[in-house]
Design a protein around this ligand. Structure first.
Ligand code: GDP
Length: 323
């Protein structure tokens, strides 16, 4: 039985990966800052399958303690300030947790057991104001936010520890990935959640930023599968994980509202004050390397992804209203 240690296990990606690894019969260690509060956040189905242990991204001593005690074979790092609406707030904290902490982790691995395999959740935000399209593993990085800059530092450290210390350290350059577990600060979930509220008569209007903004949106469950596959290869490497297709926020609205028999134009207001700075460039990933080496492909199209999210929000809200 293999042991995997997951940071950020209560978030969208952590839960999808935990579900996948439970199926694969792994022993799971959830590395969290506060085990008591993490216990309340973790889905009930995972509670008896995950051992929650103390882990502080700011303290290498807690990392060394957990690695020594639990001897993981694999580590997946999802602990981070998320992108989305908050990615310009508190740059020093983002720099520490999303960036410097990854060098603490890699260094802890090197000291405790260099055979541990490590996968970092990197981000398409590292490409930022991309110089070419679509973006692939060799595309130059030009981050446009504190979030992107911190993730790029971590990404560089992964490759430095791989080269200098021969660690099996991989970086998955994840483009936007969504699901019913996505936080409400992201535009996909903000829209599907509000559509459900409007459909149930709990709201009538939805205020958004730039409707013409485009993203390469995939399904989170597929993206964590790619990360697991990366750690099963003979060699560590970096992989872009993306669908290769973009859609606009306007298309997203159209699909979500039409799915419940509504016209988005009657409900959506575009607020120019909510436009993001530095969004002139479209991010779209070329995942050919992952498709050929990892034998990976996205399983869900955009329409299905969004309509599934709307259905899940309607179901969740309906059961809350009934209670
Ligand atoms: P991100 O790619 O990690 O920033 O993911 P988001 O889901 O937060 O944003 C995706 C795109 O939707 C960005 O281009 C935003 O500018 C755009 N967008 C438009 N309206 C909104 C909104 O109301 N909230 C968010 N979060 N994004 C919006």
């Amino acid at each position: 039985m293999k042991t995997a240690l997951i940071t950020g296990i209560c978030g969208q990606d952590g839960v999808y990966l935990a579900d996948l690894l439970v199926e694969q019969n792994y022993r799971l260690i959830g590395a969290v800052r506060d085990p008591a509060s993490a216990e309340k956040e973790l889905p009930c189905a995972l509670l008896d399958k995950v051992e929650l242990v103390d882990w502080d991204m700011r303290s290498q001593a807690t990392m060394i303690g957990a690695l020594t005690k639990h001897s993981p074979d694999e580590i997946y790092n999802f602990a981070a300030f998320t992108s989305g609406e908050g990615m310009f707030e508190d740059a020093p904290a983002i720099g520490d947790i999303n960036g410097v902490a990854i060098s603490r982790m890699l260094d802890a691995i090197r000291k405790v057991d260099p055979a541990i395999r490590f996968c970092q959740a990197s981000s398409s935000e590292m490409f930022g104001e991309a110089t070419e399209s679509p973006q692939h593993e060799e595309t130059p990085f030009k981050p446009r936010s504190p979030y992107g800059a911190a993730k790029l530092y971590a990404h560089n450290m992964v490759s430095i520890y791989r080269r200098n210390y021969n660690l099996f350290a991989c970086s998955a350059i994840l483009f936007n990935h969504e699901s019913k577990r996505r936080g409400l600060g992201f535009v996909t979930r903000k829209i599907t959640h509000e559509v459900a509220k409007i459909k149930l008569g709990l709201a009538s209007e939805l205020s958004l930023g730039n409707l013409e903004a485009r993203r390469d949106w995939g399904f989170a469950g597929d993206y964590v599968l790619a990360m697991w596959k990366a750690l099963q290869q003979p060699q560590a490497d970096d992989y872009v994980i993306s669908t290769g297709t973009t859609h606009s926020v306007r298309e997203l609205c159209e699909i979500a509202f039409t799915h419940v028999g509504l016209n988005y134009e009657n409900h959506v207001k575009e607020d120019a004050n909510a436009f993001r700075p530095g969004e002139r460039f479209e991010l779209v990933g070329d995942s050919s390397k992952a498709r050929s080496i990892l034998d990976w492909a996205p399983s869900r199209g955009f329409r299905e992804l969004i309509t599934d999210m709307v259905d899940a929000d309607i179901e969740a809200l309906t059961s809350t209203v009934k209670k």
